[in-house]
Design a protein around this ligand. Structure first.
Ligand code: ADP
Ligand code: 5GP
Length: 189
């Protein structure tokens, strides 16, 4: 049973929070560790949160066809899903979980339409999204500006995925996410 479960949204909507909750709740799931050329944040671990590589190595590996999809999400900051990651997790019998932006999510859904459940995580409003992003205190002013500038377009993708998950009250969002997982895991392809 080769299954994929994508959580997508603008930066700050709550994807990582929801995905972490689901990973500790459901042993059938495992996380697709993306490669990125952005620097690690304090506490992030190479091989767990991301594979942190240089922009040169990223370009080289993209040229070699190692990515299922990749995007230059911000100027000179690349993010991509390694083919090897999905193969590794499917070989373990896991349903592969993604935390990726909207264009990558659209591409994976196109590649695996039946196997993929793609969930758009919707913040209650753009203002609350920006508050969350600032409140996370992980970004410089320049990085915050880039993320906010990209969010308006990303929010227009809301209705292009399989499901919309409103992330207002976090406990309710966790419960709804758990229902989505249970339905996807029990679905026959
Ligand atoms: P993303 O992975 O989509 O960029 P995060 O999961 O990092 O988003 O969440 C952004 C910030 O918002 C974090 O500080 C997180 O703790 C907080 N957050 C997430 N969901 C909620 C929620 N429902 N209510 C309030 N704060 C939230
Ligand atoms: P962050 O720097 O906040 O970790 O991630 C920035 C954005 O890149 C987020 O929307 C995140 O979901 C997205 N992202 C992370 N990994 C990938 C990936 O492999 N491919 C794509 N297309 N986007 C990704």
């Amino acid at each position: 049973m080769r299954k994929l479960l994508i959580f997508t949204a603008p930066s700050g909507a709550g994807k990582t929070t929801i995905v972490r909750h689901l990973l500790q709740k459901f042993p059938q799931l495992d996380f697709s560790v993306s490669a990125t050329s952005r620097p690690a944040r304090p506490g992030e671990v190479h091989g767990k949160d991301y594979y942190f590589i240089s922009p040169e190595e990223f370009r080289e590996r993209a040229k070699n066809g190692e990515f299922l999809e990749w995007e230059e999400v911000y100027d000179d900051q690349f993010y991509g899903t390694l083919r090897s990651e999905i193969d590794r997790l499917w070989a373990l019998g896991k349903c592969v979980v993604f935390d990726i932006e909207v264009k990558g999510a659209t591409n994976i859904k196109k590649l695996y339409p039946k196997e993929t459940c793609a969930v758009f995580v919707k913040p209650p409003s753009a203002e609350i999204l920006f508050e969350r992003l600032r409140g996370r205190k992980t970004e410089s002013e320049a990085s915050l500006r880039k993320r906010i500038a990209r969010a308006a377009e990303e929010l227009t993708y809301e209705n292009t995925f399989d499901t919309v998950l409103l992330n207002d009250d976090l406990d309710l969002a966790f419960l709804e996410a758990e229902t989505i997982v249970k339905n996807h895991l029990s679905s026959t392809l």
